[in-house]
Design a protein around this ligand. Structure first.
Ligand code: ADP
Length: 500
């Protein structure tokens, strides 16, 4: 089934589309971008060799429009489709559609996605292999009475979760019998509208857990390797903001057990390509299987930074039918990497998404700093898509070196036009509890208060954006006639601090 991939349609947008296109360029593979009405001039479109309109702004009419995407793939004569993350990346029906049109889907097969994407079926598989799962049901709930019985056996609090999908949709903490019936109704309707599937199940709510996951690569010849773990315990609303590798929580024997458990699950599920097995740890360092993400993860760069290896390149190679290009012992883990997700959202206002034009964005640079960014000056952040703007990754020989490098990079980062979480990321990185590595998923809930970061009115931010452009221009003229010192960084820091 070896087939050379020489042209790829990237069925995604934003930073992940840009990141995939970058690897394709390196490999000499031509790229096709798709864009919705509001993304006509987006960065990923400007990066690609060819681009095609895929429809109106709403995702159902554009980035989820399977037939249209296939039509563009056929018209542009691509060999393969890379789905990125989100959108159609975990949709087994789409994988079949791609394959039925004689195209390669860069990712796992439809059966593996179907199996691991059904959270209850995957829990059942893990449990049958003797892999610890979070206590709860392995079949979807059939009635409120059943839920009450299970919840009382587990003892409250419990968590209701959707069987058919993730992203926190349908997830609800329940503290008593009295909350259960209405909580189930709300979870079911949220799951129905998000995934067209109202099945929900119960897990015991683990208090103050840590989220630690294992990156996997698997080829079509039974070779499965791990690329180490990532800790993703800094979250808001059960969604990740900061990730790092390695986890400061686990030692070598636990790491070995964890990674081997992930490999065993992947081998038994018939999974191929890149994937992530997620686990949750309690404070006693017991771990439980949480779910498998059958795609490239947002946070894959922290792994790449540690091992100096391009996961997307390997995804393409596996999809071409080649065996893994590396073995487990070829992987050398070096130092520590931290990623901060830069979101267009307002941490001072309950993380409410922020929209508008990016007036000015200037990325930090330097040794050990990587940025995967999805926008450039003048681009628009709209309400239609995920508000992620960029991912900033810092590598260091030690965790503290990576952390301090991240603080310096965040302080250097200039982003004007939309509210964003840069100040929050700086706050996290500077927090003593974070610096000691004793984090859990309730870190932000426990320590963060909106008044801890400064908030300025929209008008001030807009004026500041204009001022910074003008001042920079003036300074460039003036500085040719004046001696250089550190005045540039001084005025800029003052202004930047003021605007954050
Ligand atoms: P999703 O696919 O919706 O993101 P996950 O199962 O991956 O759902 O869980 C997302 C996050 O929700 C976890 O990282 C963790 O913070 C929290 N979570 C999930 N299950 C539990 C649980 N049983 N107990 C405590 N927290 C949980």
């Amino acid at each position: 089934m070896n087939k050379k991939i020489n042209k790829i349609l990237v069925a995604n947008r934003g930073e992940i589309a840009v990141r995939i296109i970058r690897t394709c360029k390196e490999l000499g593979i031509s790229t096709v971008a798709i864009y919705s009405e509001v993304d006509q001039n987006a960065y990923h479109v400007r990066m690609a060799d060819e681009c095609y309109s895929v429809g109106a702004a709403p995702v159902r009419e554009s980035y989820l429009n399977q037939n249209k995407i296939i039509e563009i793939a056929m018209r542009s004569n691509v060999t393969a489709i890379h789905p990125g993350y989100g959108f159609l990346s975990e949709n087994p029906g789409f994988v079949e559609l791609v394959n039925n049109n004689d195209l390669i889907f860069i990712g796992p097969g439809a059966d593996a996605i179907r199996l691991m994407g059904d959270k209850t079926a995957a829990r059942e598989l893990a449990s049958s292999l003797g892999i610890p799962i979070v206590p709860g049901t392995t079949k979807p709930l059939s009635s409120v009475d059943e839920a009450i019985e299970v919840a009382n056996k587990l003892t409250y609090p419990i968590l209701l979760k959707a069987s058919g999908g993730g992203g926190g949709k349908g997830m609800r903490i329940i503290n008593s019998d009295a909350e259960l019936a209405s909580g189930m109704r709300a979870s079911q309707s949220e799951a129905e509208s998000a995934f067209n599937d109202n099945r929900i199940y119960i897990e015991k709510y683990i208090e103050n857990p840590r989220h630690i996951e294992v990156q996997i690569l698997a080829d079509n010849y039974g070779n499965v390797i791990h690329l180490g773990e990532r800790e993703c315990s800094i979250q808001r609303r059960h969604q990740k903001i900061v990730e790092e590798s390695p986890s400061p929580f686990i030692n070598e024997p636990i790491r070995e057990k964890l990674t081997q458990t992930a490999i065993r699950l992947v081998k038994h599920s018939g999974y191929t390509n890149a994937g992530t097995v997620e686990f949750i740890f309690d404070q006693e360092k017991n771990f439980y299987y949480l779910e498998m993400n059958t795609r490239l993860q947002v946070e894959h760069p922290v792994t790449e930074m540690r091992i100096g290896f391009d996961i997307v390149r390997e995804q393409i190679s596996i999809a071409e039918g080649k065996p893994l290009t590396i073995t487990q012992k070829d992987i050398l883990f070096r130092g520590h990497a931290i990623e901060c997700r830069i979101y267009a959202e307002d941490p001072a206002n309950n993380f409410y998404p922020s929209t508008g034009r990016i007036h000015s964005i200037k990325s930090p640079q330097g040794l050990g700093v990587r940025e995967d960014c999805g926008v450039q000056d003048g681009d628009e952040i709209t309400t239609y898509y995920d508000p992620i703007i960029s991912k900033l990754i810092a590598w260091g020989n030690t965790r503290d070196e990576a952390r301090l490098r991240m603080i310096a990079a965040l302080q250097d980062y200039e982003l004007f036009g939309v509210r964003n979480n840069i100040a929050l990321c700086i706050w996290i990185m500077n927090h003593q509890v974070y610096s000691e590595g004793i984090i859990d998923t309730n870190f932000l809930h426990r320590y963060f208060k909106p008044e801890m970061i400064e908030k300025y009115p929209d008008e001030i931010l807009s004026i500041a954006a204009i001022t910074i452009h003008k001042t920079e221009k003036d300074f460039a003229i003036e500085s040719s006639a004046k001696p250089r010192g550190n005045c540039r960084s001084t005025w800029k820091n003052n202004l930047t601090d003021y605007m954050r």
